[in-house]
Design a protein around this ligand. Structure first.
Ligand SMILES: *[C@@H]1O[C@H](CO)[C@@H](O)[C@H](O)[C@H]1NC(C)=O
Ligand SMILES: *[C@@H]1O[C@H](CO)[C@@H](O)[C@H](O)[C@H]1NC(C)=O
Ligand SMILES: *[C@@H]1O[C@H](CO)[C@@H](O)[C@H](O)[C@H]1NC(C)=O
Ligand SMILES: *[C@@H]1O[C@H](CO)[C@@H](O)[C@H](O)[C@H]1NC(C)=O
Ligand SMILES: *[C@@H]1O[C@H](CO)[C@@H](O)[C@H](O)[C@H]1NC(C)=O
Ligand SMILES: *[C@@H]1O[C@H](CO)[C@@H](O)[C@H](O)[C@H]1NC(C)=O
Ligand SMILES: *[C@@H]1O[C@H](CO)[C@@H](O)[C@H](O)[C@H]1NC(C)=O
Length: 466
């Protein structure tokens, strides 16, 4: 991971402080395509301001510390969607460069710089971005580069190879390597990620192998301690050391989203009502859990941490994914369109109302139930706001739903992508020469803390002056 240096960061902070504050509240009309485009464009600009990977000497595809690699993948996936929803090509070249720079030597989103700390969920978010690029017809990679589809296939092949029956009767572990904390954890986002990716590959290619895998992952998940069937509730994960006898209770919006959309892809492909019923149940709990009546109404909230104000950088971005995956569910299971946009439209309006903060007057906070900027800012806040705002496009204009290979998708298939590389379980990473994680890797965190303190001081000063 590359880090901006402390002086660079401090300079940025000071510059922000010096700028005069002005307010420029974004009013979103969720019934107007022009309004959604305009507001999305401002929020996307604010998001891409965080990205320095396209600067000379920096590494394309990385976000500066403290943001982890996975979040960059998620961000570029969202920027592919940004183009899809709005038609704005401003960032396409950078996004494409980023998505291709990080493919790694085996074209499987396991770049050497990230491998030692890579989890299955990290890898799959980059695969989602590539899959989205295939599904929305994003500009193809140049000759000699892997196709978007093959990148997603490579990740699928490697992750299915890591399917582990030694404990818990199956499932994917969170981490890929045994020396990483979390190797003993089988969790919702990793297994949901594989399920979701398999469902999308199945629908796109029509290849039954992917559909079989999606069924296999869901069948395991449904019987595991990671699922509470009675309440349609996702449990975050369980430990292999106790054979997954008990699931942990934390609730995270993106785990619901990843399964919800996976159900929708399966439904759309199989047209089997069993998936429709699962969508229904998952929407029930998603609504009850993440659109709490006493904080809205109909406003998305990252319930576990947002009211307490202690979401970490990863968690701050989760609402972006729930929004996107609810939107794709509306496309693939139109029966639920209205129900979904009854939630996404007010949430988008709320999110836009939070985007008048910071010294630029257009920085987004995260509490969407108030039009007074909550003082927070960051990649997660921008991503979440952009996610929920831009998805509203499909509520006002008709956009082509995600392609399949027979409905317009042209990304080339390579069913054998990723096989035989070090990313598969046969080597399980043992063959990779790993440098130990040094203090240097963590150094960025101290610098960013200093900046955060500075920002807080600036914010406070600004409030006092204002
Ligand atoms: C890098 O990206 C930013 C944000 O999109 C853009 O303003 C800038 O022009 C880009 N820089 C280069 C060197 O492409
Ligand atoms: C890996 O990290 C190094 C050091 O930051 C950087 O110079 C190099 O370009 C990175 N490699 C890739 C493929 O991103
Ligand atoms: C572990 O759990 C699986 C699935 O529930 C079960 O089939 C298996 O017998 C259990 N193994 C042990 C050693 O208890
Ligand atoms: C979702 O909630 C509705 C209304 O309470 C209920 O009728 C329906 O059965 C629920 N769906 C599932 C799958 O539990
Ligand atoms: C808005 O949400 C926060 C939690 O994020 C909550 O504490 C507050 O009471 C809510 N305000 C309203 C007006 O619902
Ligand atoms: C599958 O998705 C397409 C595209 O949105 C939609 O027209 C079609 O009705 C969906 N199929 C079903 C069974 O709902
Ligand atoms: C379907 O996918 C499987 C698994 O990747 C692959 O082995 C098989 O060759 C694929 N079939 C076709 C027709 O592409």
């Amino acid at each position: 991971m590359t880090r901006s240096t402390l002086p660079q960061r401090l300079l940025q902070a000071v510059l922000l402080c010096l700028c005069t504050a002005y307010t420029n509240a974004l009013t979103l009309d969720t019934t107007s395509a022009d309004s959604i485009r305009e507001v999305s464009s401002q929020v996307a600009y604010g998001l891409m301001k965080w990205y320095t990977g396209n600067h000379t000497g920096d590494v394309p595809g990385n976000l500066p510390a403290p943001y982890y690699w996975w979040e960059a993948g998620a961000m570029f996936g969202e920027m592919v969607e940004y183009w899809y929803y709005t038609g704005d090509t401003t960032y396409n070249a950078e996004v494409k460069q980023a998505l291709l720079h990080q493919v790694g030597d085996n074209n499987d989103y396991m770049p050497a710089n990230q491998t030692k700390s890579l989890g299955n969920d990290d890898q799959v978010f980059w695969a989602f971005a590539a899959m989205t690029a295939a599904e929305v017809g994003f500009e193809d990679p140049p000759e000699g580069s892997p196709s978007w589809l093959s990148l997603a296939q490579a990740v699928f092949n490697e992750q299915t190879d890591r399917w582990d029956t030694a404990s818990c009767g199956g499932g994917l572990r969170w981490q890929i390597y045994s020396f990483n904390v979390g190797y003993n954890y089988k969790n919702a986002i990793s297994n949901g990620g594989l399920f979701h990716l398999a469902a999308r590959l199945g629908r796109y290619t029509g290849n039954q192998t992917y559909i079989d895998w999606a069924n296999k992952v869901w069948d395991w998940y449904e019987d595991s301690a990671l699922w509470d069937a009675k309440d349609y509730k996702i449990l975050d994960g369980a430990s292999t050391t106790t054979n997954c006898s008990q699931g942990s209770q934390e609730q995270w919006s993106y785990t619901y989203g990843v399964f919800l959309a996976g159900f929708a892809y399966m439904y759309n492909h199989t047209e089997n009502d069993i998936w429709l019923n699962r969508i229904d149940g998952m929407l029930n709990t998603t609504t009850a859990t993440f659109f709490p009546a006493n904080m809205g109404p109909n406003i998305m909230v990252e319930t576990t941490c947002e009211p307490l104000g202690n979401c970490n950088n990863d968690q701050k971005s989760f609402k972006a994914h729930l929004a996107q995956w609810m939107a794709v569910t509306a496309q693939l299971a139109p029966k639920y369109h209205d129900r979904i946009f009854d939630l996404l439209a007010p949430s988008a309006k709320g999110a836009a109302g939070q985007c008048d903060g910071g010294s630029d007057g257009m920085t987004c906070g995260k509490r969407w139930n108030s039009t007074v900027w909550d003082g927070t800012y960051g990649v997660g806040e921008q991503m979440s706001a952009l996610g929920v705002i831009q998805t509203n496009m499909i509520n006002v204009v008709s956009l082509k739903p995600p392609y399949t290979s027979v409905s317009g998708g042209t990304s080339k298939s390579d069913p054998n992508a990723g096989t035989g590389s070090s990313g598969t379980s046969s080597s399980n990473g043992q063959a990779i020469v790993l440098s130990t994680i040094t203090l240097g890797d963590r150094a960025g965190a101290g610098a960013i803390t200093a900046v955060i303190i500075l920002f807080t001081l600036c914010g406070t000063a600004w409030l006092l002056i204002a």
